[in-house]
Design a protein around this ligand. Sequence first.
Ligand code: CTP
Ligand code: MG
Length: 233
Amino acid sequence: MNVPRYFALIPAAGVGARMQLGSPKQYAMLAGKPMLQHVMETFARASHITHTYVVVSAADVYVDDLPFIAGTTVLRCGGATRRESVMNGLAAIAAEVSAEDWMLVHDAARPGLTVPLIEQLIAALKDDAVGGLLALPVVDTLKRANGQGRVDATVSRDALWAAQTPQMFRHATLLQALQQADAVTDEASAMEALGLQPKLVEGHARNFKVTLPQDLLLAELYLKGRYEDNTPI
Ligand code: CTP
Ligand code: MG
């Protein structure tokens, strides 16, 4: 059997409704570059990654303004949901990858990802039967709300993790899992629905998902800090 390779797939076909910019948030400028460009460059610098695929919507009028990045291909096959965008992307590259190759699916909206985080994920999962994801143990005390915005109960945070991306699974199983899944918001949920147990690999706060207007400042601080501190993340 051939040694499995590693490919990145970046879903970038969302509209960014919660960011309220009037244009998709993946093109918002952060530390001098569009958010999506930061993510593409990070994967291009990761030596393990054979090739990176970016999934945008067919109507995208912004992606052509990004600079050419070697080893990166844009696919104009985004769908109505994140799951559909990932599924369409995986189907579009089926002839270019092997069933056992690893796919690292990463949100365009997480520009804080670093090469060391990619390397940690790959090191933790390369011999794994299932695959897994970056995630963070929950640190806040959790409350369940009743219908009136009051606390119904305090929920134990023991054993709770917040999922991040990349989520790393083998191409054929992941495509099959997503095709069979209903309304999942990440790849791991689709794998779980097949009865599999993805491995949790500790990520980093800087890899948070840029979602609301107030997130842009923090994302920019992390991106600028990348070049100023020596933290190997
Ligand atoms: N995404 C996608 N196709 C969709 C919806 C989302 O490829 N139909 C991508 C987004 O571009 C993003 C990632 O999935 O990189 C995570 O989604 P999210 O943060 O929810 O982004 P949006 O859907 O764009 O934002 P919102 O939900 O606020 O509209
Ligand atoms: Mg969304």
